[in-house]
Design a protein around this ligand. Structure first.
Ligand SMILES: NC(=O)c1ccc[n+]([C@@H]2O[C@H](COP(=O)([O-])OP(=O)(O)OC[C@H]3O[C@@H](n4cnc5c(N)ncnc54)[C@H](OP(=O)(O)O)[C@@H]3O)[C@@H](O)[C@H]2O)c1
Length: 322
């Protein structure tokens, strides 16, 4: 089969389209139609992610496709349209074998390409906003990295989960358009975002900050929160891991909340199923629009993965596999 393989840890440019043997082992065998690309894929190509597989390995954490075969007793069967999580490699290939509890039926109204861009971000953001962020009806949510995978997911999900306003933070005007298409109520540039947010909210601030970026904007994010506000720590694409002066938390009754979706899933059996049941219902009822990914052909996987690293990714990035 064709697959996107990492043979040396030299970054996205060194990934290659290769002919490899189909995977073996127990599980649900899926004929992959599309595979998601995410920021961790770029880190994996340099051996910089917390999970460090030895090359050669096939990239790809999330897929959409059709079940070829499933073990006895599995909740899916041959011919079902599904999405699935590999946790965390093996997805960018024509065939993947997944654990049954990481495979979910894809609603008919969602394409394979949109489906391949769903699970990783939407389940993380659903968990972040509901369990960790305690989002309430009518609250305002500020979203950093708003034109990225997590960012566009937050812009789609926050209103459906009760937010009355989303403010997107982006680095360029082109990304402002992507954030607007994903549903942002307002868009501000990263440079000077604190003052822009203050003006937009008449000095009040926001209830929740969704932060997949970290870096040097962290303190201004804390300053942008209302009393009782929550900052959700999701990632550090900005590079630097921020530190918190905890007096800021005390003075304004602010929470800085960690969001470790994978760690939560690992310690809470059934959590992925619950998250998917909620997101699937929103999708199939039409209340939540599927993602509108930037689709690359499989032989351009290197460029797709590089777009995370060089900051040019436009929304969620997906590879068309077949
Ligand atoms: N905690 C969890 O459970 C969990 C789950 C999934 C993903 N994540 C993490 O969430 C983060 C975002 O993932 P993603 O897939 O959404 O990434 P993405 O699509 O590449 O988006 C990341 C955004 O970060 C911003 N950014 C700021 N500085 C950057 C820099 N120096 N290099 C690259 N991007 C920069 C970019 O927006 P601007 O250019 O507009 O600033 C970009 O749109 C990653 O760190 C990932 O590991 C965490």
């Amino acid at each position: 089969m064709r697959a996107i393989r990492v043979t040396r840890l030299d970054g996205p440019d060194s990934v290659e389209l290769a002919e490899v043997d189909e995977p073996t082992g127990d599980g649900v065998v899926v004929e992959v139609h599309a595979a998601g690309a995410a920021f961790p894929d770029a880190l994996l190509t340099r051996g910089l992610y917390q999970y460090r597989p030895n090359p050669p390995f096939v990239l790809g954490a999330e897929i959409a496709g059709v079940v070829r075969s499933a073990p006895e007793g599995a909740h899916v069967r041959s011919g079902d349209r599904v999405v699935g999580l590999t946790m965390l490699t093996g997805g960018m290939a024509e065939v993947a074998v997944l654990q049954p509890d990481r495979v979910f039926k894809l609603p008919d109204n969602v394409s394979f390409e949109a489906g391949a861009g769903l699970l990783f971000n939407d389940l993380t953001v659903y968990f972040a906003l509901t369990v960790r962020g305690r989002l309430q009806q009518g609250e305002t949510v500020l979203v950093h990295g708003a034109a990225g995978g997590i960012g566009t997911s937050a812009l789609r999900l926050a209103p459906v989960l009760g937010a009355s306003r989303t403010i997107a933070v982006v680095s360029t005007e082109e990304k402002a358009e992507i954030a607007t298409s994903a549903g942002a109520t307002d868009v501000v540039l990263a440079e000077g975002f604190k003052d822009a947010v203050k003006e937009l909210t008449d000095g009040r601030g926001v209830d929740i900050v969704v932060d997949p970026v970290g870096g040097d904007r962290f303190t201004d994010s804390l300053r942008s929160l209302v009393a009782g506000g929550r900052l959700l720590v999701i990632g550090f694409t900005g590079g630097e891991i921020p530190t918190v002066k905890v007096n800021r938390l005390l003075l304004n009754n602010i929470d800085v909340v960690g969001v470790g979706w994978g760690a939560w899933a690992g310690t809470h059996p059934g959590a992925l199923n619950e998250q998917w049941a909620a997101v699937e219902e929103l999708l199939s009822s039409g209340r939540l629009a599927p993602p509108d990914p930037d689709v690359y052909p499989l032989d351009e996987a290197a460029a797709a993965v590089a777009s995370m690293e060089n900051r040019t990714a436009k929304g969620k990035v997906v590879l068309r596999v077949r």
